[in-house]
Design a protein. Structure first.
Length: 153
């Protein structure tokens, strides 16, 4: 299986399991660390946040399910399930909507007026666009063009 297929399969597999547990998949990576492979899964609970104990339980549950289904084809890997903490990345429309009126930093895939990074207050989110009150005025940023964003603490 190629990397894109593996990523898509893992996303679906992990996402379905987490959803059944009432947990949100923020992001995951499956990569090489020296001679080892690491599957790092960033999770959250939308309204309450997630505890270390819940992450530990998810780690055990995911490990069993991944091994039972032989999803990673007996690859040796390290599984890490962790909380996004205070600087959680904002990845979708629901993340931006949940953080209205908060100061955030945005890293863009394409420059706007020669800049790839903007800071401002999330004013509104609508139809895949986040409206940001910045010192330059109101910026309309397409969420699909945001490489990375996070709340400033």
């Amino acid at each position: 299986m190629d990397n894109a297929g593996l990523a898509s399969g893992l996303n679906s597999f992990i996402g379905d399991y987490l959803k059944s547990q009432g947990i949100e998949l923020v992001e995951f990576t499956y990569s090489r660390r020296g001679r080892d492979r690491a599957l790092r899964i960033l999770v959250d609970k939308p309204r309450t946040g997630i505890t270390m104990g819940e992450c530990a339980n998810l780690n055990r549950g995911l490990k069993i399910i991944l091994e039972e289904n032989n999803f990673l084809k007996q690859d040796e890997y390290i599984l890490e399930v962790f909380s996004p903490g205070l600087d959680r990345p904002l990845t979708g429309q629901s993340d931006f909507a949940r953080n209205l009126n908060k100061q955030a930093v945005f890293f863009l895939k394409e420059s706007i007026d020669g800049a790839l990074q903007y800071e401002g207050v999330i004013n509104k989110v609508e139809d895949g666009v986040v409206f940001v009150g910045a010192r330059q005025g109101i910026l309309k940023l397409s969420i699909s063009k945001v490489q990375k964003a996070k709340i400033l603490i």
